[in-house]
Write a protein that binds this ligand. Structure first.
Ligand SMILES: Cc1cc2nc3c(=O)[nH]c(=O)nc-3n(C[C@H](O)[C@H](O)[C@H](O)COP(=O)(O)OP(=O)(O)OC[C@H]3O[C@@H](n4cnc5c(N)ncnc54)[C@H](O)[C@@H]3O)c2cc1C
Length: 215
């Protein structure tokens, strides 16, 4: 679907991280873990970037979580963080096959803004009565309130507050190896490489994991 979408809220959810909620256009649907292309004009130049759903559904609104990297990032993520309710953007999507599909146990490995799909999938899976484990690596973790709520509702949540932390032991610990267990990996390339190495070391089938590399 191509549509003009309207911002309803912009919320700080951590250090240099915002969650933006948009009104869902008529007939729009998306699953947690799918991503959208957002397009806007910054200083007379048009930018298009991909952002992953961080809400458990897209029934009346949908949310994406955006990290602003002062050193590595470019102008579009900063522009998104400056949006206000009532502002509009062009949206295309949803895209991607590596999303939640009702699996009975979800294990989500998230780095940086990968926390967006992790909480969206976690909230949806718990609502469906499924098991949830989240491993999240970030120097300054975002979405702490929703992570605490997930933990209180029964999810296993491991925070690694060091971007060089070894994922190996904690990944080996959360994998139950049960039928219906599905591993998801979301984050930028360096995190995805570390997560794949941790899955290999734990003897997990990396080919069966749903992996979205942010670039
Ligand atoms: C499938 C997909 C899903 C994505 N989902 C999200 C999402 O849910 N949330 C989100 O914030 N971003 C997501 N991204 C990344 C997003 O599309 C942009 O690349 C990002 O916001 C930077 O855009 P920019 O215009 O500010 O900088 P750009 O000019 O596009 O980026 C400059 C450079 O910085 C790198 N970079 C930017 N931020 C980081 C970071 N935090 N860690 C490491 N390297 C970084 C980029 O890879 C690039 O090399 C996703 C990307 C893809 C491909």
């Amino acid at each position: 679907m191509d549509a003009t979408v309207t911002v309803t809220t912009v919320e700080d959810v951590g250090s240099d991280t915002v969650a933006i909620t948009f009104e869902s256009p008529e007939g729009f649907d998306a699953e947690p873990g799918q991503f959208l292309k957002l397009t806007g004009v910054v200083d007379s130049e048009e930018y298009s970037r991909f952002y992953t759903l961080s809400s458990p559904d897209a029934d009346s609104t949908f949310e994406t979580t955006i990290a602003i990297e002062p050193d590595e990032g470019g102008p579009f993520s900063e522009y998104l963080a400056s949006l206000a309710p009532g502002d509009t953007l062009e949206m295309e999507g949803p895209y991607g096959n590596d999303h939640y599909e009702g699996e009975s146990r979800v294990v989500v490995l998230a780095g940086g803004p990968g926390i967006g799909p992790a909480i969206g999938i976690g909230e949806r899976a718990l609502a469906d009565g499924n098991e949830v484990a989240i491993v999240y690596r970030d120097e300054t973790p975002a979405h702490r309130t929703r992570l605490t709520a997930l933990r209180e509702r029964g999810a296993t949540v491991h925070l690694l507050e060091d971007s060089n932390a070894d994922l190996g032991p904690v990944v080996a610990d959360v994998l139950a190896g049960t039928e219906g267990e599905q591993v998801f990996v979301y984050g930028f390339a360096a995190f995805v490489e570390d997560a794949e190495a941790a899955l290999d070391a734990a003897g997990a089938n990396r080919q069966a994991a749903k992996i979205e590399n942010f670039g």
